[in-house]
Design a protein around this ligand. Structure first.
Ligand code: IFM
Length: 434
């Protein structure tokens, strides 16, 4: 641990998202989102779990902010539930929903914690889905209006605002494989959705800047390094295609005003003439979420990844070096703004025994990823902060409450929060770093 050294001013944080923690799904005027609809439909989530109650953060946010402060972090990343502040995604605003985020931000500031806001973490108002959702170009305009209102409301108090979290998940998992809301299984629709998400990002940045929003503005992308399993042409082509679909599909339009080409990549969206100019707005920062690498094996059955045995509870290979490889590569290929690692974390089969959770694998995961991060920074990547995913165990989407990523254990019966060993370790790391 003593070898880890980060520059003065480097931010240490924890991250969450609205649907995963807030609960209070039908309270104080919140409208339904696509995740309410999806999680309530039979067969979509593990044992039918929903985010109706989740971590009950909506009612407990004051104690939760105290908990965050007790970790010694200086930053907290959370998302706004669009349908809590604007129940239909257009038209009327909900004063109680807006007040909740005002109060949360104020409470964080009182405790000396910088709020980092995400506008969209997958929970589209259901009323907009009924009008075509992200498959409709109009949704990009609705999003820009929402961004402009929230930006004006919070932009003078928060540290950053990002438009989207992991648009690949919304497009691919939500519209191609159907694993996430709204559960569509249409590859061409997924490509169109990805385009509208990027367009909505560009429109939102323009709208917030036109409204004079002062906070730095950016986007959060999930990214991985990609390794071809062997030197065969098939594996190398697959690796190139996967890197293009996962990383370049979002980076190229934003930084280079184009979509990538790669062997076997043949679906492209319908576009309007000026779309790349709208999308490629300057970023004040880029958020990168890194969990694992992509292992590209075209063989049947696939050649297993070398570290597959050390996978986490999601089955994700532990490959810290991929974080350094990825950061160095994207820093070389694009003219990057300052970067935050906005998510990185480990799902473990954690057990609360006599008031303790001994999660040594999580500690090892974070320690080794921070070593890799340090290497990338020494190689010249301008990284300003690191957010552990997640503050506490929460609703892991279609996996329900079965997967635990938290530094803080949550007992869903009584909502008791308990700091895991990793939380104590993270607090010590931050304290020593300062
Ligand atoms: O829980 C998710 C989060 O919502 C987005 N990034 C990945 C996390 C772990 O799967």
């Amino acid at each position: 641990m003593s070898d880890l050294k980060f520059p003065p001013g480097f931010s240490w944080g924890v991250a969450t998202s609205a649907y995963q923690i807030e609960g209070a799904a039908a309270e104080d005027g919140r409208g339904p989102s696509i995740w309410d609809t999806f999680s309530h439909a039979p067969g979509n989530t593990f044992e039918g779990h929903t985010g109706d109650v989740a971590c009950d953060h909506y009612h407990r946010y004051e104690q939760d902010v105290d908990l965050i402060a007790s970790l010694g972090v200086d930053a907290y990343r959370f998302s706004i539930s669009w349908s809590r502040v604007q129940p239909d995604g257009h038209g009327a605003w909900n004063a109680k929903g807006l007040a909740f985020y005002d109060n949360l931000v104020d409470r964080l500031l009182e405790k000396g914690i910088k709020p980092h806001v995400t506008l969209y973490h997958w929970d589209l108002p259901q009323a907009l889905q009924d009008l075509g959702g992200w498959g409709s170009r109009d949704t990009a305009d609705r999003f820009a209006e929402y961004a402009s209102v929230m930006g004006r409301r919070l932009g003078d108090r928060v540290a950053t605002i990002c438009t989207h979290n992991e648009p690949w998940c919304t497009a691919h998992l939500g519209h191609h494989v159907g694993q996430f809301a709204p559960g569509a299984k249409d590859p061409q629709l997924a490509i169109q959705v990805a385009h509208h998400l990027l367009l909505s990002h560009g429109k939102a940045l323009q709208a917030m800047r036109a409204a004079g929003v002062k906070a730095p503005l950016g986007i959060v992308l999930n990214q991985s390094s990609v390794t071809a399993a062997t030197d065969s042409q098939e594996d190398r082509d697959l690796a190139e295609r996967q890197y293009a679909s996962f990383v370049r599909w979002y980076m190229d339009p934003i930084f280079l005003k184009r979509y990538p080409t790669a062997p076997g990549l043949h679906l492209y969206p319908v576009m309007h003439e000026n779309d790349f100019n709208e999308i490629a707005q300057p970023l004040d920062f880029l958020g990168i979420n890194y969990y694992t690498r992509i292992w590209a094996s075209a063989a049947t059955p696939p050649v297993p990844a070398p570290n597959a045995m050390g996978a986490n509870d999601m089955g994700w290979e532990n490959y810290p070096q991929g974080l350094a490889e990825l950061l160095v590569k994207v820093n070389r290929d694009y003219n990057l703004p300052p970067v935050y690692i906005t998510e990185n974390g480990y799902a473990g089969a954690d057990r609360l025994v006599a008031g303790k959770v001994e999660d040594t694998q999580r500690i090892e995961y974070v320690r080794t990823h921070l070593e890799a991060l340090q290497q990338a920074m020494e190689a010249g990547v301008d990284v300003r902060g690191y957010f552990y995913w997640s503050l506490f165990d929460n609703y892991e989407w279609n996996s329900g409450y079965a997967k635990r990523f938290g530094l803080v254990h949550v007992d869903y019966e009584d909502q008791q929060r308990t700091l895991k060993d990793s939380a104590h370790w993270y607090r010590d790391l931050i304290r020593k770093g300062r």
